[in-house]
Design a protein around this ligand. Structure first.
Ligand code: ATP
Length: 227
């Protein structure tokens, strides 16, 4: 199993009130699979993704990556793990504005200790794969919204992660561009050994994926059995 949540709960303190955002969530994510998490606004989707990515800690339960409980790790261990094993894609691209597309995709590799020349070669290959061979030297402000998300996708894949977590990756795009970017994610999942978890409120896009989990007020619709 690549990643698991077991009886995951997250409670936020809201003044003197307790807000239960996730309740006893069980999920098992297999290597290389692709799944969507859907649910209405406030149902806990982003909180779940943050718990999977080690950006938020569960109040109760466990989050396991390759059998290891990540909630016990130090901030340094988590940062190193995120850099090497995970990729993140957000609704807004979060690219570094003063750097070119090529430099943005090379950056996670440089942080991981890859030599500059090798990082640039891989960045060029990835950007070519996502259709941006002619845009390597452009800065984010010189790219369209769809192109920026393609750079963000290439960046997320730069260190060959085992898992990509995407929070509304097409949420800021028009329908046609959203569909194209979503198709690209599907193709990349087929080509690579990388699992993708995609949070979306777009049920039509989610329906294209082999598996969809639905959150309602922090509870998964169909509780999954852990093997
Ligand atoms: N750090 C926090 N402190 C207190 N409450 C929080 C915190 N983070 C999220 N919440 C609350 O938890 C609930 C779930 O939020 P979350 O962002 O996970 O929902 P979501 O399904 O991703 O929503 P959306 O689709 O609108 O992004 C919301 O009611 C939110 O206000």
């Amino acid at each position: 199993m690549l990643m698991e949540c077991r009886q995951l709960s997250r409670v936020y303190q809201d003044g003197d009130r307790q807000l239960q955002v996730l309740k006893d969530v069980n999920i098992a994510i297999h290597p290389g699979e692709m799944l969507a998490i859907v649910g209405s606004s406030g149902s806990g989707k982003s909180t779940l993704l943050h718990c999977l990515g080690g950006l938020d800690k569960p109040t109760a339960g466990e989050v396991l990556f390759a059998g290891r409980a990540i909630q016990d790790w130090s901030a340094n261990q988590l940062a190193d793990w995120r850099n090497k094993e995970l990729g993140f894609i957000y609704q807004f691209h979060h690219l570094l504005p003063e750097f070119t597309a090529l430099e943005n995709v090379a950056m996670p590799q440089l942080i991981a200790g890859v030599a500059t020349g090798d990082a640039k070669i891989r960045a060029e290959q990835l950007l070519t794969r996502v259709g941006l061979a002619e845009r390597l030297q452009h800065r984010p402000a010189e790219l369209s919204g769809g192109e920026r998300q393609r750079v963000a996708i290439a960046r997320a894949l730069a260190n060959s992660p085992r898992l990509v977590l995407a929070d509304e990756p097409t949420g800021n795009l028009d329908d046609t561009t959203a569909e194209q970017v979503f198709e690209l994610l599907l193709e990349l999942n087929q080509e690579l050994d990388t699992a993708f978890v995609i949070v979306t409120h777009d049920n039509a896009l989610a329906a294209k994926l082999p598996r969809t989990l639905s959150l309602h007020h922090g509870v998964l619709d169909h509780k999954e059995l852990i093997a």
